[in-house]
Design a protein around this ligand. Structure first.
Ligand code: APR
Length: 231
């Protein structure tokens, strides 16, 4: 089983800001001011507008060569592949990936805080549209904020117990549980690979690493890996 974990760095060259830029801000905001349940309670309009802007920005960007390389890898490996992303953008899907688990949710989904249903969402939420299921005006972005439980943890756990190759791409290793996957993978005997612009916080958990822009290092690694398998 090959498990790939991606973070904001894979979408950086498509034009989406990473969370922890050089100034420590995410699109001008401290993450705790826009990405916590407390922020949503105290400043719902600011938070909704922030995510509405991020959702609208998706229409202005395209997947890059790194996203496409992972779609190629999935095509070659089929069932023996899982892509776990911390990203809330839809660039993996637009590049052709299908086995994608969005552990931090998706910008293009809204969840009702009254009835709990989640639905595909392309528009805005700041104007408090009614939930298509229960009609309450209680929709929020279906993303996982700090202090909330990520999606898909049991599916990820099953995959990590069978992982032979674990590849971490474009993530700083700041946020758990994702930041702990590499050490788990290593403990079960997997080959662990980091492809990132710079060494992440978890660099010691990786037996291989390539540091550089994702659009260069990811396609090169995927091509090398597929050639190795065929040899
Ligand atoms: N190519 C490869 N890596 C890059 C590139 C690039 N072009 N540009 C930046 N990076 C690297 C950075 O060096 C950094 O290590 O991507 C990483 C991005 O780290 P973060 O901004 O911390 O993003 P991420 O790790 O995805 O954050 C995890 O934190 O705020 C929460 O829920 C949010 O999912 C997010 C989580």
């Amino acid at each position: 089983m090959v498990v790939v974990l991606t973070g904001a760095g894979i979408s950086a060259e498509s034009g989406l800001a990473t969370f922890r830029g050089p100034d420590g801000l995410w699109e001008g905001h401290r993450p705790e001011d826009v990405a916590t349940p407390e922020a949503f309670l105290s400043a719902p309009e600011l938070v909704q507008r922030f995510y509405d802007d991020r959702r609208a920005a998706l229409a202005t960007v395209e997947p890059n060569a790194a996203h496409r390389a992972l779609a190629r890898l999935e095509h070659a490996l089929g069932d023996a592949f899982l892509l776990v992303t911390q990203n809330i953008d839809d660039l993996h899907e637009r590049a052709g990936s299908r086995r994608v688990l969005h552990m931090h949710g998706r910008l293009k989904a809204a969840r009702c805080t009254e009835c709990g249903e989640s639905t595909h969402w392309d528009g805005t939420l700041v104007d408090e549209p009614p939930c298509p299921f229960c009609s309450q005006r209680a929709l929020r972005p279906d993303v996982v904020w700090f202090g909330e439980i990520p999606y898909g943890l049991s599916e990820i756990d099953v995959a990590l117990r069978r992982v032979r190759v674990f590849v971490s791409i474009g993530t700083s290793g700041n946020v758990y549980p994702a930041a702990g996957f590499a050490s788990f993978a290593r403990a079960v005997g997997a080959r662990t690979v980091e492809l990132n612009l710079e060494p992440s916080l978890g660099i010691d958990d990786f037996v291989e690493h390539q540091h550089g822009p994702a659009t260069q290092v990811v396609p090169a690694w995927v091509d090398g890996f597929l050639a190795e398998r065929e040899a």
